[in-house]
Write a protein that binds this ligand. Structure first.
Ligand code: NAP
Ligand code: GLV
Length: 311
């Protein structure tokens, strides 16, 4: 059988992925051109944001392996066969990278490094009051593969960390909460809120005026998950009014962030180009290949998405 590798990668990146996957799966026939397949050819699709409709008509598919951790775009494509198992990328190296980004954002906000960068531009010499890490309360929304790793990393740095998930969770040294009723309290108790939720019908637009209002005055938002979690106009209003101190945004409703968007120039916004934790082909190709080998051996697939839950 054949594996379809369907992505939005440029030619160079696609070539790298193909050669890594082929090296990990020497027995497999891997194709990258959908139009060269007849429908019955492929029983596995390895995907990274394929153009909508790419998987339509592949009647023999038995596994869709995403190279991305978040599968919101895949699930939004109505042409993805509804009963084929979808596995997403779970890679310890991605979790470690996400923890680096979260730590950088938290340190920058806690110690005022964004403020010092702004002061440098206007030649202001003004040290800020200094707080200890254990005086800074961090809330992590989403305690999955990434949220848990970030929670451990920030906890180890001495921050006061709490987390919020859908179902009850237990994590050493982290205060955990779950369910909608707990969210207002979680938001109101944090100096820095880090978003690591999947984008689902339930979490879309979560950072609306009401939720942003529930955040502590002077608190900051770090969005490392999806742009669709944030109502941009409401976040800009919360920053403009002075209610929120700063937003570190890695993800946006439209990507790349349009040149005219206010976030680019906003003094209280730090923009990253969806680079908080990129999939690393060196580890991720092997993780994807391992799931293909499990399929071939009739073993249980790993990192399966619960389509009903949406993540
Ligand atoms: P995950 O393992 O599936 O974890 C998701 C977490 O969110 C779980 O703790 C889950 O709760 C919680 N959750 C889901 N719906 C919820 C709800 N309605 N209310 C409260 N909690 C809810 O996901 P992950 O691997 O950590 O990744 C999280 C997201 O990060 C991805 O979906 C993707 O969008 C984003 N991401 C971004 C980048 C980047 O570079 N910016 C890179 C990778 C991933 P339960 O534990 O109770 O299930
Ligand atoms: C990146 O955003 C991912 O979901 O892997």
């Amino acid at each position: 059988m054949t594996i379809l590798l369907a992505t939005d990668f440029d030619v160079q990146a696609l070539g790298l992925w193909r050669s890594l996957l082929q090296a990990a799966l020497p027995e497999e026939h891997i194709v990258t051109e959908r139009h060269t397949l007849v429908a019955a050819d492929a029983d596995v699709a390895i995907v990274a944001n394929p153009p909508p409709g790419t998987l339509q008509g592949l009647t023999q598919l038995r596994l869709i392996q995403s190279l991305w951790a978040g599968v919101d775009r895949l699930l939004a494509d109505a042409s993805v066969p509804p009963t084929v198992p979808i596995a997403r990328m779970v890679d310890p190296s991605m979790s470690a990278t996400m923890s680096e980004t979260a730590l950088w954002a938290v340190l920058s906000l806690h110690r005022g490094f964004q403020t010092y960068a702004a002061q440098q531009r206007v030649k202001v010499w003004q040290p800020l009051p200094q707080r200890r890490a254990d005086e800074v309360a961090i809330a992590i929304l989403g305690l999955g593969e990434l949220g848990r790793c970030v929670a451990r990393c920030l906890g180890a740095q001495g921050y006061r960390v709490s987390g919020w998930s859908l179902r009850p969770a237990a994590l050493p040294s982290i205060t955990t909460h779950h369910g909608d009723d707990a969210l207002t309290g979680v938001l109101g108790a944090a100096d820095i809120v880090i978003n690591l939720l999947p984008l689902t019908p339930h979490t879309r637009g979560l950072f609306c005026a009401r939720r942003l209002d529930a955040m502590r005055p002077g608190a900051s938002l770090v969005n490392l998950a999806r742009g669709g979690h944030v109502v941009d106009a409401d976040l800009l209003a919360a920053l403009d009014s002075g209610h929120l101190h700063h937003a570190v945004l890695d993800v946006f409703n439209a990507e790349p962030l349009p040149a005219e968007h206010r976030y680019w120039q906003h003094p209280k916004v730090t923009v990253l180009p969806h680079a908080a934790a990129q999939t690393d082909p060196r580890s991720a190709a092997e993780i994807a290949a391992a799931n293909v080998r499990r399929l071939r051996a009739g073993e249980a697939l790993q990192n399966l998405v619960d389509r009903a839950r949406g993540y």
